[in-house]
Design a protein around this ligand. Structure first.
Ligand code: C2O
Ligand code: CU
Ligand code: CU
Length: 539
């Protein structure tokens, strides 16, 4: 990290920290560890009662070819209109016409090429979150796919609109000579030489990721392998991918979002009081509001993804008698745990995934099991429900050993320890509020961290408010939290660690895979757009 002028950061960070806290609403002070970081939009259309809309399951995309050992897919990014709330028509930006986009299912080690075609009105970037991907296909935020006819003065990375806002407004080197812009289409190649898990793909354009995801640019990507399938975990109709998001709806049915420039072509960022994050008052699972799904009284494997911009969840499964069902965690962001861990609730930060087994045989047949967010209030406490329809035979099992290939790096393996602060601050001398890593806002032209391929490093991260910190390329283990043992749900291989207000954490990883230009950033999508991202160069 270029040395940070600590005194200055503390000075402005302190003042803006108060402002960020103001964005939390109510009297939530930083010291009281507020449940949310962000401010909630209120929908201007009537909201449907919960548990009426059936849970949609995104279609699994069919490859256009499977020749030469590679699965090839095509996805057209385009606008569409969908009925998310019953009777309300909503414009969306989609992968392939649906929100979530189609699910891609892959085998570990079998490469996938996805040809994305951009028919949206702005440039886009595709990132496969959690993928161990060569840099040229990792979706660096200035590697744009421009729509047909977009002005080709593309040297300015994310800011190709003539007369548009010049970067973060700080005028500090937004020119990115290394950006590789392609017109209309781009092939992204994913070797998927990595542990089986649930990945997700989403937009990653510099300064505009948050509103693009909000409008619908997100989809799931499952990687499977033989070892996992041999375990006997619930499968087929008893395995459910669940993408959880929050949104708000304007009076005309469109998705409400407080963009400074709703065309997403000019000035990035959001209005006050949403600087700390945009929350919606409608909870969607797989794109449906508070859906319901009919289940057998049997074990189900739930592949959970929090694809919300800023909302955190503490999920619990509650039956009609108010009892919590046990939640058996079998995997985390980057695949299976070594052994199952049983929880009563599960904290899920933006971009985190949890692989859990819930046994609906614990609940009365005929009743509802509600998936509840303990951090929500009013309608946002409810997420979805499962209707336990019938008794059924269950041959699934949860073996005591799930995997034996988890990396177990020790502190003594680390060749370096680095420190990073994640705090509010100023984007530039005369510009407004931002979110900074080590005192600096993102600049694609700066080099922040250079690591050597194969090196093991320990990173110490510290936060002011909630910051879910995500590392591209490399999965990591959580070594400690607040100087203590990690939490019970911190096990396994992670790619996102949820720092809570005022908290620090240590992570350890080996930078394996590929050389090139990668990123680490906060996955509160508003923070990410307002500077909280840094370059990671692997050499
Ligand atoms: Cu989920 Cu850098 O992204
Ligand atoms: Cu990522
Ligand atoms: Cu953040």
């Amino acid at each position: 990290m270029p040395d940070l002028t600590r005194r200055r950061v503390l000075a402005v960070g302190g003042a803006l920290g108060v402002m960020a806290a103001g964005g939390l609403g109510a009297a939530a002070g930083l010291s009281r560890r507020p449940a949310v970081t962000g401010a909630e939009l209120r929908s201007a259309v009537p909201l449907p009662p919960p548990f009426r809309v059936p849970l949609p399951l995104p279609a699994v995309l069919r490859p256009v070819s499977t020749a030469a050992g590679t699965d090839r897919y095509e996805i057209v990014q385009r606008e569409t209109t969908a009925e998310i709330l019953p009777g309300v028509r909503t414009r969306l930006w989609t992968y392939g016409g649906t929100f979530p986009g189609p699910t891609i299912e892959s085998r570990r080690g079998r490469p996938v090429t996805v040809t994305h075609r951009n028919e949206l009105p702005v440039p886009t970037v595709v990132h496969l979150h959690g993928g161990r991907t060569p840099a040229e296909s990792d979706g660096y935020p200035t590697d744009l796919v421009t729509p047909a006819g977009w002005p080709t003065t593309a040297a300015h990375g994310g800011h190709t609109e003539p007369g548009g806002h010049a970067g973060h407004g700080s005028g500090q080197g937004m020119h990115d000579p290394r950006a590789v812009t392609t017109e209309l289409t781009r092939d992204y190649t994913f070797p998927l030489d990595q542990r089986a898990t649930l990945l997700w793909y989403h937009d990653h354009r510099m300064d505009f990721t948050a509103p693009a995801i909000w409008r619908g640019l997100a989809g799931m990507h499952l990687v499977r392998d033989d070892a996992e399938e041999a375990l006997g975990l619930p499968s087929g109709p008893r395995e459910l991918p669940l993408m959880i998001t929050d949104r708000a709806f304007a009076a005309d049915g469109s998705l409400d979002y407080p963009s400074l420039d709703p065309t997403l072509r000019g000035r990035p960022g959001v209005r006050e009081p949403y600087l700390a994050g945009v929350l919606g008052d409608v909870i969607l699972v797989n794109g449906a509001p508070w859906p319901v799904h009919e289940v057998d009284a049997a074990r189900y494997r739930l592949r959970l993804l929090n694809a919300s911009n800023a909302r955190h969840y503490e999920l619990e499964w509650v039956d009609g008698d108010g009892r919590n069902l046990p939640v058996v965690q079998v995997g985390s962001d980057q695949g299976l745990l070594a052994a199952p861990v049983t929880h009563t609730y599960l904290p899920v930060a933006p971009a985190e995934r949890y692989d859990v087994v819930v046994d609906f045989a614990h609940a009365p047949v005929g009743g509802l099991v509600r998936l509840v967010n303990r951090l929500g209030s009013g309608r946002t406490r409810e997420v979805m429900a499962f209707r336990v329809a019938r008794r059924a035979t269950d041959t699934s099992r949860i073996p005591r050993t799930l995997s034996t290939d988890l990396p177990n790096w020790r502190r003594s393996d680390a060749v370096r320890v680095r420190d990073f602060s994640f705090r509010a601050g100023r984007m530039g001398e005369d510009d407004g509020h931002g979110w900074l890593i080590g005192g600096l806002p993102f600049d694609p032209a700066r080099s922040d961290v250079t690591v050597r391929l194969g090196d093991v490093e320990v990173w110490r991260l510290v936060a002011d408010v909630h910051h879910p910190v995500h590392l591209h390329l490399a999965g990591f283990r959580i070594l400690s939290r607040g100087g203590e043992q990690p939490l019970p749900h911190d096990g396994g291989l992670k790619d996102t660690v949820s720092l809570r207000p005022g908290e620090s954490a240590e992570i350890i990883t080996r930078f394996d895979g590929y050389r090139g230009r990668y990123l680490f950033h906060c996955h509160n999508a508003e923070h990410e757009d307002m500077g909280m991202m840094a370059n990671l160069q692997v050499t």
